[in-house]
Design a protein around this ligand. Structure first.
Ligand code: ADP
Length: 247
């Protein structure tokens, strides 16, 4: 049990919204140290899986284990403390705060009151500065979040999630809407973090990005895993091609 290579494991997970089964008896693992991709056509349940893993929604059925313990009964904040970090399809930054404050306050989010005063400790500011330099935004520490491009905001969000030192990072469409230069930077950052041991679960539509960066790839269709394997096998899989053609 202590030798479990799975950091995250979903077993028979389902989620209904009224009569709609968004996630249907879904099971897969994220191995420690992997960059695992979760792909599938629109509406196949990818975002819902993220929402079930981070505790935004409770599961209707099944179980979720993280780092050796069952977490599907825990609230979102306790899952964050357990080591699950997440970015969003649309970056959620505080527009009135500077870039540095946005990152430094990422920990303060869990200490009510701190954030409103924008009060951050020297240690938090130093760590936030380091992380912003790491993502290539060292020149933007005092800029307002709203002065940044959409792609730059995604990099700020990555720095925010790194502040929490999560064991697992869930990235929701890190490439969507960002230019090719920043896509390359995003890929390089993910690879550098992964070489240092960081585990990722990534939802992404950009197939070049997914297939060059991730191993394994998990394919969802109608809320169920229809394929799971190395990128080359996945791109050659007939069932996967059919799912994408909407068959
Ligand atoms: P994907 O991320 O793969 O595009 P989603 O997880 O967003 O898929 O959606 C899967 C299905 O669940 C869709 O039919 C979507 O409309 C539905 N769904 C997702 N969230 C909700 C919700 N909060 N309420 C009702 N239906 C939802």
């Amino acid at each position: 049990q202590t030798e479990d290579t799975a950091l995250l494991r979903l077993t028979g997970v389902s989620r209904r919204f009224g009569g709609l089964v968004a996630v249907d008896d879904c099971g897969f693992e994220v191995t420690r140290g992997s960059i695992t991709a979760l792909i599938g056509p629109n509406g196949s349940g990818k975002t819902t899986v993220f929402n079930l893993v981070d505790g935004t929604y409770p599961v209707t059925a099944g179980r979720i284990d993280f780092d050796g313990r069952r977490i599907d009964q825990l609230g979102p904040t306790r899952r964050t403390f357990a080591g699950i970090g997440r970015t969003y399809q649309l970056p959620r930054l505080f527009p009135s705060l500077t870039v540095l404050q946005n990152v430094a306050a990422a920990c303060g989010e869990f200490r009510p009151g701190n954030l409103l005063r924008s009060a951050v400790s020297g240690a938090e500011a130093a760590r936030a500065t380091e992380l912003l330099e790491f993502v290539g935004l060292g020149d933007y520490l005092t800029a307002r979040a709203t002065d940044l491009s959409y792609g730059q905001r995604k990099l700020v969000e990555l720095a925010q999630v790194l502040m929490l030192e999560p064991q697992l990072i869930l990235l929701d469409e890190p490439c969507a809407g960002i230019n090719p230069t920043l896509i390359r930077r995003m890929a390089a950052l993910i690879q550098a973090l992964n070489r240092a041991g960081q585990t990722f679960l990534i939802v992404e539509h950009d197939m070049n990005f997914v297939l060059s960066l991730s191993d394994p790839v998990v394919v969802l269709s109608r809320g169920t895993v229809i394929a799971h394997g190395a990128p080359d096998d996945i791109s050659a899989d007939e069932q996967v091609r059919e799912a994408y053609l909407g068959a």
